[in-house]
Design a protein around this ligand. Structure first.
Ligand code: PHE
Length: 333
């Protein structure tokens, strides 16, 4: 009997002290399991001769066993709930946290400039077309009325892929103007196109030269196109690109494929800056592509993307345009 008293006294404390389900299982087998004082007491019942005493003892054993089993059940519910909560806590995803934003790239300043210029002309009704970077001498020079003897044809100025017989000479185009001829050859007038693209010249890199840079060519051919149309169109472009108060002036120049030819300068940031070459399409170019120069007229222009980006952003060294330093690139997001 004193064993049962002892059990009845200390079982509640041991059950509460069990911190895990495993510990509680151990307490269970020690208190009501097969080798417990309860099991032993039950096995001793048969030795009690007096039936009244045997019944009383049996009831006493049962009461203690039921009380302990009930407490263990209650404790088990608490521990199980704790374990579920701990697992949920450990697994929890905080949906209110901001996401991890990957570092984002951006278009290069030259591409941004090209896109912006092309957009201005597209809004004026021009179509964007592109042409090959490897070009024949015919389209790069001959179709543009550039004579066989012209110095720009020399290897010192032009990067040739196949140099020799002018009929099948292949070179890296030195300007985007060959697309004037290519486009007119394949399309009937009217023509309103802009042609962005890479161009190549045999130049060493310095503050004002790159062997690879970008141009945006423009060509408008229709009935009755005048030099006034050229001036109005390019002045409008300058106002949209540099700001509504931008003034422009046209200075006589020479290109074999336009006549008359001019350079357009713009007054921006307190000084006059040369922006582009332009002129009225030379009749010889129309002849090369089978356009009737007695009824058609047109203007063409070509501008350097790097140059316009530099003027716009006040950059003075052309090499900034090919600087891969992330600190440079990040300034032009
Ligand atoms: N192709 C000329 C250049 O590269 C620019 C130009 C284009 C001039 C069209 C007149 C007309 O310098």
């Amino acid at each position: 009997m004193d064993k049962l008293d002892e059990l009845q006294n200390d079982a509640p404390g041991r059950i509460q002290a069990a911190a895990t389900l495993v510990e509680l299982d151990a307490v269970e087998s020690e208190t009501v399991g097969r080798k417990s004082p309860i099991a032993k007491a039950r096995r001793g019942l048969g030795a009690i001769e007096d039936s009244t005493e045997r019944a009383q003892t049996g009831k006493r054993i049962n009461d203690v066993a039921v009380a302990i089993t009930t407490q263990i059940g209650a404790r088990r519910s608490v521990l199980e709930a704790n374990e579920v909560n701990a697992a949920l806590e450990a697994d929890k995803v905080d949906v209110t946290l901001p996401g991890r934003v990957p570092a984002r790239g951006t278009h290069h300043i030259v591409q941004q400039t090209i896109d912006e210029i092309v957009d201005i002309f597209v809004a004026l009704g021009y179509e964007m077309v592109q042409g090959p970077e490897a070009e024949t001498s015919f389209y790069n020079f001959t179709a543009l009325n550039i004579p066989e003897t012209h110095p720009s044809r020399h290897e010192s100025d032009t990067l040739y892929l196949n140099y020799g017989d002018s009929a099948d000479e292949v070179l890296l185009r030195t300007h985007t103007s060959p697309m004037q001829a290519r486009h007119m050859e394949k399309n009937d007038p009217p023509v309103y196109i802009v042609v962005p693209g890479k161009v190549f010249r045999s130049d060493a890199i310095d503050a004002t030269h790159l062997p690879v840079f970008h141009q945006i060519e423009g060509l408008a051919v229709d009935n009755n196109i005048t030099f006034g149309d050229l001036k109005g169109t390019l002045a409008e472009f300058a106002r949209q690109f540099f700001g509504p108060d931008t003034r422009v002036k046209f200075i006589p120049h020479y290109f074999p494929f336009t006549e008359p030819s001019a350079e357009m300068h713009a007054y921006t940031k307190g000084r006059w800056i040369e922006l582009l070459g332009c002129g009225m399409v030379h009749p010889a170019v129309f002849e090369h592509v089978g356009y009737d120069s007695s009824v058609l007229s047109g203007f063409a222009f070509g501008m350097g993307a790097e140059r316009l980006a530099m003027v716009r952003h006040g950059i003075t060294d052309l090499r900034t345009m090919i600087d891969p330093d992330i600190r440079t690139l990040e300034q032009f997001r």
